[in-house]
Design a protein. Structure first.
Length: 261
């Protein structure tokens, strides 16, 4: 019995050490050098596949890259719940050159405006129409939110701005939400030749209380309409809605700048 306990304890220790190695490897990896002729267009076609890392809490695949003067991040989101959160409330990416896992310059995007609901179409056409509708919303994004960047006032700035901050989001052919951003190193407070680990936070934002109340009101109206038409409450439920939309997810990691291709 003691021998079995020792073996179990040993196996647990080895598993814990392996997990720690994986976490430490990700927490000290250098960035990738950005691919040549990169375009910030929401299409990840120029990026090596698969993307460098995956985080299970947020369900994000991501790569952090740089060249001599610009920091780049590409994120691929296959998870439908995370997609809904980002479509409604955006994703926040923070950059802290001190390596501390708090604070830092933060960019939130995409900032989608409240659009008309998905058109009511026959069931067989619903998915195709919804996909095109989401792409159109992302294509019409006008602003991003910035906080803590050098030389830029906190608040919303145009997507097409003069600060060198570029963002784009769209859905790829596999149904993944792809978000890309580029930020000048100087705007993020990163000096030339910086060789210390930089902390990055990825946060999938939650819906606000106001959005929750609005959704509950819409659901009551749908249920009342279904009742008038002789249907049951279940007919009016939104199959795409999930209470987890009101909870955010985030993680921090550290990486050093790439120094050459």
């Amino acid at each position: 019995m003691n021998s079995i306990k020792v073996r179990i304890a040993g196996a647990g220790l080895i598993a814990a050490l392996l997990c720690q190695v994986n976490l430490n490897a990700q927490d000290s990896e250098p960035n990738k050098w950005v691919p040549d002729h990169i375009k910030i267009d929401g299409q990840a076609t120029e990026w090596p596949k698969p993307l460098q890392f995956y985080n299970n809490d947020t369900k994000l695949f991501y790569t952090i890259a740089n060249n001599k003067d610009t920091l780049f991040v590409v994120v691929s989101v296959p998870d439908k719940l995370s997609q809904q959160r980002i479509m409604r409330s955006g994703m926040s990416i923070s950059i802290n050159p001190t390596g501390k896992k708090k604070g830092g310059a933060t960019l939130t995007f995409p900032l989608t405006t409240e659009a008309a609901p998905t058109p009511d179409v026959p069931q067989e056409s619903r998915q195709k129409v919804a996909d095109e509708w989401k792409k159109q919303i992302l294509a019409n994004v006008k602003e991003v939110k910035v906080e803590g960047f050098t030389g830029i006032a906190d608040g919303n700035i145009p997507v097409n701005n003069t600060y060198g901050i570029r963002t784009a989001s769209t859905f790829d052919g596999a149904g993944n939400l792809v978000c890309e951003m580029a930020v000048p190193l100087t705007a993020a407070g990163i000096p030339a030749g910086y060789d210390k680990p930089i902390a990055y936070r990825f946060k999938v934002n939650s819906l606000s209380n106001a959005e929750r109340k609005e959704h509950e009101k819409a659901m009551r109206e749908k249920m009342a309409k279904a009742k008038e038409q002789g249907g049951g409450p279940g007919m009016a439920m939104d199959p795409d809605f999930n209470m987890m939309l009101f909870f955010s997810n985030e993680f921090w990691t550290r990486q050093t700048l790439a120094t050459h291709p």
